[in-house]
Design a protein around this ligand. Sequence first.
Ligand code: 4NP
Length: 162
Amino acid sequence: MRISFVCLGNICRSPTAEAVMRHLVAEAGLTDAITVESAGTGSWHVGHPPDARSCEEATRRGIEMAGTARQFDASDFARLDLILAMDQQNATELVARAPDAGARAKVRLLREFDPALRPGADHAVPDPYYGGPEGFTDVFDMVERACRGLLDEYRAGRLAGA
Ligand code: 4NP
């Protein structure tokens, strides 16, 4: 199962989700079964490392952040089983770039998997880039809950491509 997390810049939210999910997958002994990656819909930060504020929060939590930003490419749809957008704006952008219905069906919101989210609540992982450090802490908390939910769905055999 190959999962990609997608935000706007690929320097804050999606590298956080990639790092958290990789950590949880390793903890669960599922490294051979699930691969994770991330990308941005935008190109401004291509080649940049993750934001220092994300890295600081990761270090506090004992999670390793790695990689450099890349832009999501339409050719990625064929390689991936699940494409998890951080907010509706990025999901809409991904759907617009999808070549066919099969590709469109792979696009979902990460927070659909957050068990703490009430029906009708905003499903966004809010962009922390222009805010204070607490925004980065909130991103980690939301992402971790959703990634645990995602792993539970995988284990229950409820994810397409599993
Ligand atoms: P991300 O955050 O989408 O979570 O990586 C952002 C980083 C940079 C910008 C926007 C969002 N930017 O406009 O440069």
